[in-house]
Design a protein around this ligand. Sequence first.
Ligand code: RIB
Length: 304
Amino acid sequence: MIIVFGSINLDLVVALPRLPRPGETIVGPDHQAFAGGKGANQALSARRAGASVRMVGAVGSDSHAGPALANLTAAGVDLSHVRHLEGATGIAMIGVDAGGENLIMCASGVNARVVPEWLDGCLETGDLLVLQRELEAEPIAEAVRRAEAVGARVLLNTAPSGDTALAGLVDRVDIVVANEAEAAELAQARGAAGTDAEAHCAALAGPERLAVVTLGGRGLVARRGKKRWRVAARAVEVVDTTGAGDAFVGALAAALDRGAPVERALCEGTAAGALACTANGAQSSAPDADAIAALADTLTCSAE
Ligand code: RIB
């Protein structure tokens, strides 16, 4: 089973002709509200990709809580470990430009009060624990420790920041997924000398640890021990890139959780990330297993 320990947000999205610079105001039409949060997005993506998924996190006591959980409920994600706390549900204010690029500002709300004790009794040997960096650093580190204690595997997605609090944790996880900027930041914190994505990926990988560095429209590089993989992305018509990284992580986790070979898991993650760019919203765009498989079948993962 996949256990996602992470953030749950409501995303307030405005389509803009272009993203604002500091100090600038750009006006768009009506906003749209979508369920979001990196943790919730990844839980939904993994579920739509076919995995059994449990979400551990929190929503507030406000009117945003219901809409933030609606897609997870509809998809059959186990929400029995999502707490309803007094306070505000996490919010993300998102601008999306005409090319689908985004700018995100988050207010954590009750996500900042998520504690690792909520994992006790719901994380078992053989589970895959999926983490991101939208919770506080301390609960993330404690969650890794709990996974170690019960013999669960850990996938750490470093989004939205390769902050140095994560650098020491990398050695304790089984799979690390970072975008180019996060990988560079983490690799530097770990004393890596090289400057390209391959070098950064090598700095995050281990003899048994799979490191994946996503390259947006250029695909990905991955490494475990001396083995290296590369997947070229398929060009799609980009509407909104929000949540594409989360769709990638969820589908990758689902494939690895069912025991798919690394090559296939990387292709399915890449396919899910690409498909997620073709519609608005972080969750509405997360593809199902059939759509992922159809596109993944057309991708090639080269191995060295
Ligand atoms: O990765 C996309 C997500 O980042 C959005 O859904 C938003 O909630 C922010 O957490």
